[in-house]
Design a protein around this ligand. Structure first.
Ligand code: AMP
Ligand code: GLY
Length: 427
């Protein structure tokens, strides 16, 4: 079978390496992939957002299956376009992808179907938003751009001045383009965060092993928010009792809500949860695998990923086995100095052979790398993810950090405390 994976980051690399385990897949393609993915799949020079071109290419080259990994092509309807050509794909339709693409949509959905989330109001008029803030007595408060904003459209405002600024920048200043013309202002929640990815075909919901992202750029959760500087799985805060409660109060009601809205969700639904003193609440939904959560979740998946994906597409997820190892995984992201703000690209990466670290008990997932003149160079903010599995979280973290020592490039920045909070919480 010929399979195309759309996207070009660490998450896509983790998906591709897992798909390679299935012997039915004889040819794997990635659009656009990246330098390191190039060792595992044939690269197609199309950006993930070129949905018309990708659908046409998939038709002309007779793809048997397509995995659409990033949010943008899902929101742009790539899965719908492939369906028109008779090509089965993993991922939600554009209508179902709204659960991530519009925060106003997802908040209204949760309100309508009584799914626990932060209290909120939606605004399309800047004066109304300002009046709401002027009357607010509880700080901090959270201002969110409605649309996709590369994970940067959420601002936690400590003071009225900060909140007014955030609203002005988004609604008048056009900081996130059209994504910010509508804003959601919501209550600030506290508690440990948990990421849960779940396979669903609209009939069955199968949560994967839980994980914990580390979003801030610097140790001790300081510095700016990033796309994610590292992950661990499972998340020790996510106890069996909480998991059961989430299934009953959040996961199954979300599946039913999307069905009731005529937007059946098929693919990987990502629940960003906060375990508040009042119980688990949804911080955000994503319509796709998380990055870098995928880099710790998929290495723990013992069942065959492609079998599960096909079952999701064919709405028979309930018939296949989805089994996870009882061990733990850790992924440490190696980023370009300066990320998530200004950083340089094109730095030569040393320590890798054919994209991997020889002799280390770890897998290297490439996020932002390129091959230039026979050398591997950096090409993005997040460059590599060093992932390891072990029987315990401590051992997995130690292995990942030990392996990371073998890789170098100018300006390399990583956090040195990935997993520290989880380990302190007791695992
Ligand atoms: P999001 O892009 O919605 O995941 O938000 C990014 C991050 O902002 C989350 O991972 C949380 O750490 C934080 N955040 C978002 N909404 C809230 C909230 N209502 N209360 C507290 N923190 C929040
Ligand atoms: N790790 C968070 C995300 O994928 O959006």
């Amino acid at each position: 079978m010929k399979v195309l994976v759309v996207g070009g980051g660490g998450r896509e690399h983790a998906i591709i390496r897992k798909l390679k385990e299935n012997p039915r897949i004889t040819e794997l393609f990635a659009a656009p992939g990246n330098g390191g993915i190039g060792y595992d799949a044939l690269r197609v020079p199309l950006a993930a957002t070129q949905v018309e071109e990708i659908a046409a290419w998939a038709g002309e080259n007779k793809m048997d299956y397509v995995v659409v990994a990033p949010d943008d092509p899902l929101a742009l309807g790539l899965v719908d376009k492939l369906a028109e050509k008779g090509i089965p794909a993993f991922g939600p339709t554009a209508a179902a992808a709204q659960i991530e693409a519009s925060k106003a949509f997802s908040k209204d959905l949760m309100k309508k179907y009584h799914i626990p989330t932060a209290a909120y109001e939606t605004f399309t008029d800047v004066e109304a938003a300002k009046a709401y803030l002027a009357a607010n007595g509880k700080w901090p408060i959270v201002v969110k751009a409605d649309g996709l904003a590369l994970g940067k459209g959420v601002i936690i405002c400590q003071t009225p001045e900060e909140a007014l600024n955030a609203v002005e920048e988004m609604m008048v200043g056009g900081k996130f383009g059209a994504s910010g013309s509508t804003v959601v202002i919501e209550e600030f929640l506290t508690g440990p965060e948990v990421s849960v990815l779940a396979f669903t075909d609209g009939k069955t919901m199968v949560p994967m092993v839980s994980s914990m992202d580390h979003k801030r750029a610097l140790d001790h959760d300081e510095g700016l928010n990033t796309g994610g500087m590292g992950t661990i799985a499972p998340n020790p805060y996510y106890t069996p009792d909480i998991a059961a409660r989430c299934m009953k109060e959040i996961f199954l009601p979300t599946m039913a809500a999307m069905n009731a809205e005529g937007r059946t969700f098929k693919g990987c639904l990502y629940f960003g949860l906060m375990l508040t003193p009042d119980g688990p609440k949804v911080i955000e939904y994503n319509c796709r695998f998380g990055d870098p959560e995928t880099q710790v979740v998929l290495p723990l998946l013992e069942s065959d990923l492609f079998t599960i994906m096909e079952a999701v597409t064919q709405e028979r997820l309930g018939e296949v086995e989805v089994k996870f190892s009882t061990g733990a995984a850790a992924c440490v992201v190696l980023a370009s100095g300066g990320y998530p703000e200004h950083y340089e690209k094109g730095k030569v990466i040393s320590g890798l052979k054919n994209g991997q670290l020889l002799g280390a008990d770890a897998v290297i997932y490439h996020a932002g790398t390129d091959q230039k003149g026979g050398q591997l160079v950096t090409s993005g903010g997040r460059v590599l993810g060093v992932a390891a599995t072990a029987d315990t979280l401590k051992a997995a973290v130690d292995k990942a950090y030990a392996a990371a020592e073998g890789i170098a490039f100018e300006g390399l920045h990583k956090r040195n405390d990935i997993g520290a909070r989880a380990l302190a919480a007791g695992n």
